[in-house]
Write a protein that binds this ligand. Structure first.
Ligand code: TXA
Ligand code: MG
Length: 319
């Protein structure tokens, strides 16, 4: 594996060339790091599933540079999608649309639907741009972690997760800390309804401004394709509690404004919901490194990105 700590034009060109040759490139996005492969190279795609130890039926998100490529990958695109894309791309919104029939099933895990997003990160955009110059149409990229583990938000976490699983000609491009820190919002745009299947920084209420019939999946028990109950899981057990429920002597993760007695150890003191999200996965990794048995977490308010934080905490708890 080749690791680049300083990423300029030369490194990006080399990485794009290697992607086109069928190798893998880990790159930063505004949400988390992605493990990228040419979305049209069957061997490279299978390798992504293998490296992550991810089931072949769990589909990958195709990353594109701009709206221009949307119709290459998707078909029967509803009109409202164009308003969403004009408003939120590049940015942390993934759309699940009907797959264009010419596209190979491997990237979509056998599904007739395909997930597409346009990342808002300069390294990712330059990589996509160089890749397009070489004839590429999109980069398939799941989060760069082992299946069901915590997504990496910095290159050290990538190396911890995949360092010894990548091949000699695979790349890691370091782009520092991912600002948002949790994965993109996923919006399923089906003929029978549109709904958020994974909450993220872009909230349901922001999206609903552009769509008349947005149905909510929050609170529903139905599993959407590719959604597994236990996900984003550290080794440390996560318990969501109220501030007064944290036992003495234990570790807690809570907003700075929550007050505790001095026997309780604070893992971190995020000052806002955004900071909570930004540092959430780093903190879960930190809990594992310290070797905590249980981390007590006071979930923040269910507003804005707080909804996505609670979603990831629930999944980290395995329920
Ligand atoms: O922020 C993100 O979205 C990051 C960065 C790297 O872009 N990517 C990411 O990918 O989180 P991944 O593979 O870790 O999570 C994508 C989720 C999976 O749960 C997958 O099952 C679901 O999206 N998904 C992808 N394509 C789908 C499809 N066609 N139908 C239903 N679910 C799909
Ligand atoms: Mg993932």
């Amino acid at each position: 594996m080749k690791y680049f700590s300083k990423v300029g034009e030369a490194e990006i060109k080399l990485a794009a060339k290697n992607l086109k040759l069928g190798n893998l490139v880990v790159f930063p996005t505004e949400t988390v790091y992605g493990l990228g492969a040419d979305a049209e190279n069957e061997k490279a795609l299978i390798n992504v599933y293998k490296v992550k130890n991810r089931p072949l039926k769990d589909p990958l998100i195709v990353h594109i540079k701009s709206l221009d490529k949307l119709e290459y990958w998707a078909d029967e695109i509803p009109e409202y999608v164009y308003s969403l894309v004009n408003n939120f791309w590049p940015g942390p919104l993934t759309l699940i649309l009907k797959k264009n029939s010419k596209i190979n099933n491997i990237v979509s895990g056998g599904s007739e639907m395909i997930a597409i997003r346009c990342p808002d990160n300069s390294i990712a955009i330059q990589l996509l741009s160089q890749f397009e110059k070489l004839g590429g149409n999109g980069i398939a990229a799941p989060s760069a972690n082992m299946f069901s583990q915590v997504s990496p938000t910095d290159s050290n976490a990538v190396i911890d997760e995949l360092g010894n699983r990548l091949g000699l000609n695979d790349f890691i491009l370091d782009g520092g800390n991912c600002p948002i820190g949790i994965e993109s919002t996923i919006l399923q745009c089906a003929t029978n309804g549109t709904r958020v299947v994974r909450p993220g920084k872009i909230t349901e209420s922001e999206i609903s401004f552009f769509i008349r019939n947005l149905s909510s999946n929050l609170g529903s028990n139905e599993l959407v394709p590719g959604s597994f109950r236990k996900h984003y899981s550290p080794r440390t057990k996560i318990k969501i509690v109220l501030p007064e429920e944290v036992p003495n002597g234990k570790w807690v993760l809570a907003l700075e404004c929550c007050k505790f007695n001095s026997n309780i150890k604070r893992l971190d003191t995020p000052k806002s919901l955004e900071e909570f999200a930004h540092s959430l996965y780093r903190n879960l990794r930190k809990a594992d490194k310290i070797g905590l048995d249980t981390l007590y977490v006071v979930a923040p308010d269910a507003s804005g990105i707080g909804i996505a934080i609670t979603d990831r905490l629930r999944k980290a708890m395995g329920r």
